[in-house]
Design a protein around this ligand. Sequence first.
Ligand SMILES: Nc1ncnc2c1ncn2[C@@H]1O[C@H](COP(=O)(O)OP(=O)(O)OP(=O)(O)O)[C@@H](O)[C@H]1O
Ligand SMILES: [Mg+2]
Length: 252
Amino acid sequence: MSIEVEKLSKVYKLKKSQKKVAVDDISFTIPSGEIVGFIGPNGAGKSTTIKMLTGILVPDGGTISIDGMNFKKNRKQIMYKIGVVFGQKSVLCWDIPVLDTLKLFKDMYKVSDSVYEENMRLFRDVLGIDEFINQPPRLLSLGQRMKADLAASLIYNPDILFLDEPTIGIDVLSKERIRDFIQKINRERHTTIILTTHDVSDIETLCEKMIIIDKGSLIYDGTLEDLKDKYKTTDLEEIIKNIYRNGEMKYA
Ligand SMILES: Nc1ncnc2c1ncn2[C@@H]1O[C@H](COP(=O)(O)OP(=O)(O)OP(=O)(O)O)[C@@H](O)[C@H]1O
Ligand SMILES: [Mg+2]
């Protein structure tokens, strides 16, 4: 499942007829089966873009094609094929046990018993969800909640997974567990993954390709290797700082 984005834009209407251009005419392609780091400084427009790519927000301009389908015509088909996790906000039912939400998703997405069992085994083994599966999300720690969200977004085997800051506020060991899990899903199921993160080591360990945006505009689309060659260093944090600084100067 590839994603093609062309001239995508989003303008938020603020008070007193002011406007904020959050995403400004960006185009990119995400090939099937890749893990792509979707990077940019705070306020760059990453979450806004992900919300448009997952059908939560309607773009003000441009087109999104998900394996040749679009939200206007094929909304339902697309919804079966994509999963999304927002580190800052849960998609789970706040007050009911995680297990009940997973069962609800099983029914909603028409997941067979065998696929459900297989996935639950994976979530138990790799994410350790048994520890908190009978608790409602409101009683969970941030890391547990994130693992529950990951399970819910993958219980129906989506072809594309959007992860908006899935490691925010997560301890080092849990982070490693979440990264291993993301890698496993990508390798074994060829799930296309779009990952937003401010953690440079997330990008180092997971992504071959990076898309960088700043102030709503695309500023890099290519491999990590090419970026390291271009900046003549392997220090990704330094490279990213440089790019963000240049952006600041350009827009100052
Ligand atoms: N609902 C909204 N109404 C008005 N402006 C918004 C809204 N959501 C986001 N914005 C603005 O749009 C811009 C992009 O925000 P967005 O949340 O997409 O950034 P981001 O790249 O995800 O940043 P972060 O790394 O901090 O999560 C910001 O300037 C933000 O203030
Ligand atoms: Mg964001």
